[in-house]
Design a protein around this ligand. Sequence first.
Ligand code: K7E
Ligand code: CUA
Ligand code: CA
Length: 640
Amino acid sequence: MKDKKTVIDTVPAGMARRRFINTAALTGLTLGVAACAEKKPEGGAPATAGSAPAAAHGANSTHLKPGELDSYYGLWSGGHTGDMRVLGLPSGRELLRIPCFVPDALVGWGHTNESKKVMGTKPDGSLRYTVGDTHHTHASYKDGNYDGRYAWINDKINSRIARIRLDYFVCDKITQLPNVQGFHGIFPDKRDPVDPAINYTTRVFCGGEFAIPLPNAGTEDASKYRSLFSCVDAETMQVRWQVLIDGNCDLVATSYDGKLAASNQYNTEMGAKYEDMMSAERDACIFFNIARIEEAVKAGKFKTVGSSKVPVVNGTHAANKDPKTALTAYVSVPKNPHGVNASPDQKYFICAGKLSPTATVIELAKVLEWFDGKLEKLDGAIAAEVEIGLGPLHTAFDGRGNAYTTLFLDSQVVKWNVEKAIAFHKGDKNAKYVVDRLDVQYQPGHINGSQSETIAADGKYLAVGCKFSKDRFLPVGPLHAENEQIIDMSGEKMVLLADHPVRGEPHDFIIFKRDLVKPKQVYALDDFPNAIKDPKESGVFRQGKKVTVKMTSQAPAFSLREFKVKKGDEVTLILTNLDKIEDLTHGFAIPNHDVNFIVNPQETASVTFTAGEPGVYWCYCTHFCHALHLEMRTRMIVEA
Ligand code: K7E
Ligand code: CUA
Ligand code: CA
């Protein structure tokens, strides 16, 4: 097999731009993955910095002494487990999983009435969905940096967006996007485009990846399918508006001035088969003019789709030919791009080529000029389009002018300088924009640096989500862990610091300084309208077949030593944890009734179940709380 990099380096720049990966090369893609399995980690990889010892640079390390705290939080998408994972960085230790879209056995998510209300139920009270597929996670901004209020995460399968409160690290709202399938990219705005006083996130943008009939009544003619780009209100979590577009949305990014949102499009062909989706040489990055879209909505220039009341404005090519009134702008980008990221100097959007070995640098100021009618051709917004390697996907930044892009096929991270790439593109063929390449193990997808997508990008740590771990961990059967790698990005050359196995399949994540969030470790009783504030309020309250059991917990006892219900009763059990001490969580399990949930300090949770066969059921505390934890029980006596 010929060395891929040599080929790239010897192709004349002008020609190389045409040398995209075609359908036949897809076979090569699979072969490349297979070939990697045989590649020994030490196997003479041509990358420059792959195995340089950390000590040679030594600036950063992932090692923490016992008891030492991490300096960064990482919020990781949980993938199929439908949760958000909280990691400490640089150690990579997993601290918490925040359940969102999928039931969780530890906290009783999807079992308690409170969590079911957030998740959404069918009329019979059962959950609407019990599967999820999270990909992307981002947090709210103020003045271009995270403000520690919220994070959001997507569910691709059922087009849901979940919000996580970063004071309690819990999911408090989930919204389903109407008329969207395959909701993929997600990004909050960074400030308001009109009101300068609103210097923080008030909207979250959601890209719809799969085109469907609108409204979705079965039709086989895929050329009639369309995708919607959605805007969700950050506070109410209601869908504010949607934009009908040509092509599809993949990832989403936003400008620091709040004026534009962007989404890369890999299926401008609007194909229904992959061959069709990769038939064109170029696709696009679509820009949304937020202020104009909201003016159009205000002026009533919208339609609705099916039973949804959400205003849908027209963002198609045909309806947006005049730049001065256009709601959208489609900037041409090579073949099936993946990933769009806004640079921390606030100037550029970078799209990675995926099926083209290039990165495209789009200048925000020029796109705005086009909207003002001052730039004749949108292509003029392309500041650079340079070769960086095979299969480029996602890009991170160090705040020193460098971009770090994952190369899925090359199994590398390439560090390249944005201004030098622009100089090269303008004709300075001596501009060496590629600074470094680092082999990673293997086939990297997402990448992010500490504070990377903020104006406070600090260029210390880089995390890379490798889709294949192959030989990096002890074999555990056919399902391999993925390999999240941590890289020291503080020097000229990247240094690989650590491998971490993670359960599939996390995709995206963000890393930010620990002092940006102020988590509360004890709830307030008033956070819960049904709180039982005094153990004396405990008891069994019957209304026909409906029974409410009120109880409190204080280590090592529940306020009721036993309670009686009748077979077939619909029992709602409300439990308030009156313990106020940090870390003093109690659990509550009832044998044979599918009940197990926890109550954190000062938290109230409730479950509703049908009392089963007559008998005695020992309800017990499932969370080790006290020397008498095993003795912390109550009896449910079910009578005939
Ligand atoms: Cu963010 Cu994996 Cu959904 Cu790229 S996508 S890798
Ligand atoms: Cu309460 Cu264990
Ligand atoms: Ca395409």
